[in-house]
Design a protein around this ligand. Structure first.
Ligand code: SF4
Ligand code: SF4
Length: 315
């Protein structure tokens, strides 16, 4: 593993490697979650993948104030006011993100988020379950965050994976340079899951903090260049994206581009606690899952049958 303290942004940080996933593409898959995203969606389920830098998570709920992390930290970055009567503090300026506190914690309350791997190291980890891929029609998914922030790395990684004859899929929020993507990534990827959140740019800016002009342009270019590889994904956020107006506008957009392959991703509020554990303010968004009624209504707005497949939102 390459040191997380390496400043080079050419080698991305990987937040997590999920094995035996049934939700991130066809068959059984291994998923690599890249760290770094140009969007800042208020409803993000994986806020630990937004920031491109290594971060620390701490769960106050899990911590029993045993002090093991403080003992393990040779840099003196961890302290407990009043003999552990109050919550743990970590001094960001002293912390080297070495992970010793994480290794010492008996409650998994503290975690360093982000590891760097060479392409060979990551390929080896992702290919561990290759025999399950061939038997299930599965493969490897690159997700995030936005894996396409790292076009050269992803291109080389995909080439390596294709040498091993595995199915490859990328999940993207759509904000990338299309010409570079078409040259470096498109030839080596079998499927692309492309998130469409809003058609209205004012709403897009309000809830993701970036314009959707490049995103929708890229969707159109991809629909023309490789329609068979493209599947649209619509995150359903109650009262935000899962509105009649937005779902009907997205449906019309997909019709215009002749894209019929779509999946709906029902909202999961798991990102709220993660944001708090990362030391960020609690996002102002609903803390509950979607009700079956809300899901049915969203399908109705999309003109989908009630039994149409949906998956949990992943980014
Ligand atoms: S990551 Fe390392 S330096 Fe930072 S608080 Fe934990 S043990 Fe200390
Ligand atoms: S080692 Fe874990 S449980 Fe113990 S004080 Fe540190 S964070 Fe809390």
């Amino acid at each position: 593993m390459i040191s997380a303290a390496d400043d080079s942004q050419r080698v991305p940080l990987i937040v997590d490697i999920k094995r035996f996933s049934l939700e991130d593409g066809p068959g059984i898959r291994t998923v690599a979650f890249f760290k770094g995203c140009p969007l800042r969606c208020v409803f993000c389920q994986n806020p630990e993948t937004q920031n491109i830098f290594v971060e620390a998570r701490f769960s106050q709920r899990r911590c029993i104030r045993c002090g093991a992390c403080q003992t393990a930290c040779v840099r003196g970055a961890i302290s407990f006011p009043w003999f552990r009567l109050f919550r743990r503090r970590r001094n960001e300026a002293l912390c080297a993100f070495c992970g010793q506190c994480e290794a010492a914690c008996p409650r998994s309350a503290t975690k360093i988020v982000g590891n760097r791997y060479s392409i060979e190291e990551l390929s080896t980890l992702l290919l561990k379950d290759a025999s399950f891929f061939s038997n299930s029609g599965g493969g490897i998914t690159l997700s995030g965050g936005e894996c396409l922030l790292f076009l050269d790395y992803v291109s080389a990684l995909l080439k390596n994976l294709k040498i091993n004859n595995v199915h490859t899929l990328i999940q993207t929020a759509g904000l990338f340079c299309f010409e570079d993507f078409a040259e470096k990534v498109l030839p080596h990827v079998d499927m692309i899951y492309f998130d469409i959140k809003f058609v209205d740019d004012v709403l897009h800016k309000k809830f993701t903090h970036v314009s959707n002009q490049v995103i929708l342009g890229n969707f159109g270019k991809l629909a023309a260049a490789a329609p068979g590889k493209l599947q649209a994904r619509i995150p359903l956020i109650p009262g935000i994206t899962a509105t009649k107006e937005n779902l009907r506008a997205i449906t019309a957009l997909l019709h215009r581009h002749n894209i019929n392959s779509v999946s709906l991703l029902p909202y999961n509020p798991g990102g709220i606690e993660k944001s708090i554990e990362l030391g960020r303010p609690s996002p102002k968004i609903t803390k509950r899952f979607m009700t079956p009624n809300e899901l049915l209504t969203a399908k109705m707005y999309r003109n989908e049958p009630p039994h149409a497949v949906t998956r949990q939102i992943t980014n």
